[in-house]
Write a protein of this length. Structure first.
Length: 442
């Protein structure tokens, strides 16, 4: 195995608790697509990895979109005639519809109801609602809370502001040997919600940390951006960087205990699609794969036809496919430290394959070389995987005609990439292969 699979169990469980600890640290912050909660979150990320925080002013045009006014909130509540807070933003930031305009008024329960959101099918959960591009206000609460409110007059206060400011996003670039880039993007605009989306933020930050400590053929660019408008804004200002993206992944909902679920890029057969599928297929564990659709996370923007970047989306349980999605039940108890660590390990395997995938030329293309003479055939007696190693060498020798990469060979042979890579390494040591120049079309 590769990546952190080699780590002893104690280091692995330590990693799991560190990733989970970062989620705990970020959980209380009231995030949105703009504002101080988002900035504060980016500063927490910046404390762990080198991160440039960009501020794009309100009103900036980004293709067909405009950077909105900045939203900030200090307090919000609904109080009864005795002045008791019956809905309180201080208890949970989900209680206020995200991007609510400021309000201060008295209303009857009947009038108030038009602004209240509940989930009758889960009477103890509070829903998460937003109103980014339409001036309105509202509160979210559990059905049980709503049912307990007596008729009467209520005071409604939302101490928010919606003013010219900026949209913040974070960018971390780990330079590699080549200018070809790997893009890893995660949205960071949800308030106190864990799987969607603190799991993506935390795993991306730890992934950046792990990759920073490794030699890199590719340059890695991590984006911590507000959903939709953040990706659109980034793309509108970074068309050059976008043109250098060779492989990419959007990370979201990666902390629950469900099996991995992968959404292919719009191209459908990009190397990132092939590598993720190859590793899932050889993992021996259940997984789901779906084709690209223009609905989901920011792969929608990266895979819009004017860019058509090779960017897939990795989840565990897909958004909308778990009952806790966009509710108060997507909390710290819903994400699992070991699942977070396993996601990180899987991602390191993915990038390990991408880093090591290349083409070779057989230096002995006329009939098979005599492997036994070189100690490569049946010399390694006693190893249960000797047969696989020999088979892998025969495949690598046969297909190393300059037209096939190691990933091509792994796919065609049905053997795992790691076996093919090791075989190529053994053949290279014995001067039976020559590495071909890495092709980088910039
Ligand atoms: Zn979401």
């Amino acid at each position: 195995m590769i990546g952190t699979e080699r780590l002893p169990q104690s280091a692995d469980s330590q990693l799991a608790s560190h990733i989970f600890g970062f989620i705990e640290e970020l959980f209380p912050i009231c995030r949105s697509i703009t504002g101080d909660g988002l900035r504060q979150t980016l500063r927490h990320v910046a404390a762990r990895i080198p991160l440039e925080i960009h501020e794009v002013p309100t009103g900036t045009q980004a293709f067909d979109w405009t950077v909105p006014r900045e939203w900030n909130i200090r307090d919000a509540y609904v109080s009864d005639s005795q002045g008791r807070r019956v809905i309180d933003f201080q208890k949970s930031n989900l209680h206020v519809v995200n991007y609510s305009v400021p309000v201060r008024k008295r209303l009857s329960l009947a009038e108030l109801r038009d602004h209240l959101h509940t989930l009758p099918e889960h009477p103890d959960w509070t829903p998460y609602r937003t109103s980014y591009y339409r001036d309105s206000w509202g509160f979210c609460l559990s059905q049980r809370q709503l049912d307990s409110l007596p008729d009467g007059e209520y005071e409604v206060v939302i101490d928010s502001s919606l003013e010219p400011g900026s949209l913040s996003y974070g960018e971390s670039v780990l330079a590699g040997e080549s200018a070809g880039e790997v893009l890893i993007s995660t949205h960071c605009c949800h308030p106190s919600l864990c799987n969607d989306n603190l799991s993506g933020i935390a795993v991306a930050a730890f992934l950046a940390q792990a990759l920073a400590a490794r030699p890199r053929r590719y340059t890695y660019r991590f984006l911590f951006i507000p959903g939709t408008i953040g990706a659109i804004t980034w793309l509108s200002r970074n068309e050059d960087a976008a043109s250098r993206v060779r492989h990419g992944l959007v990370l979201a909902c990666v902390g629950d205990t469900g099996p991995f679920s992968y959404k292919k890029s719009r191209r459908g057969n990009a190397d990132i699609d092939r590598v993720v599928l190859h590793l899932l297929k050889h993992s021996g564990r259940p997984y789901n794969v779906r084709d690209f659709s223009p609905y989901g996370y920011d792969e929608r923007q990266f895979c819009s036809p004017g860019f058509d970047l090779p960017v897939g989306c990795l989840n565990r349980t897909q958004h909308g496919k778990f009952a806790e999605y966009h509710t108060s039940a997507d909390n710290l108890a819903f994400v699992n430290p070991d699942a977070l660590a396993a996601t990180l390990r899987f991602l390191l395997e993915v990038f390990d394959v991408l880093e090591q995938n290349r083409s070779y030329l057989s230096l002995n293309p006329r009939c098979e070389p005599q492997l036994g003479r070189r100690g490569l055939y049946r010399e390694i007696g006693g190893f249960p995987d000797a047969e696989v190693r020999e088979l892998a060498m025969l495949w690598v020798l046969n297909l190393s005609d300059g037209k096939h990469s190691l990933l091509d060979i792994a796919e065609r042979s049905g053997l795992c990439f790691d076996a093919i890579r090791q075989a190529a390494g053994d053949l290279l040591k014995n001067e039976l292969l020559m590495p071909l120049q890495l092709e980088e079309r910039i």
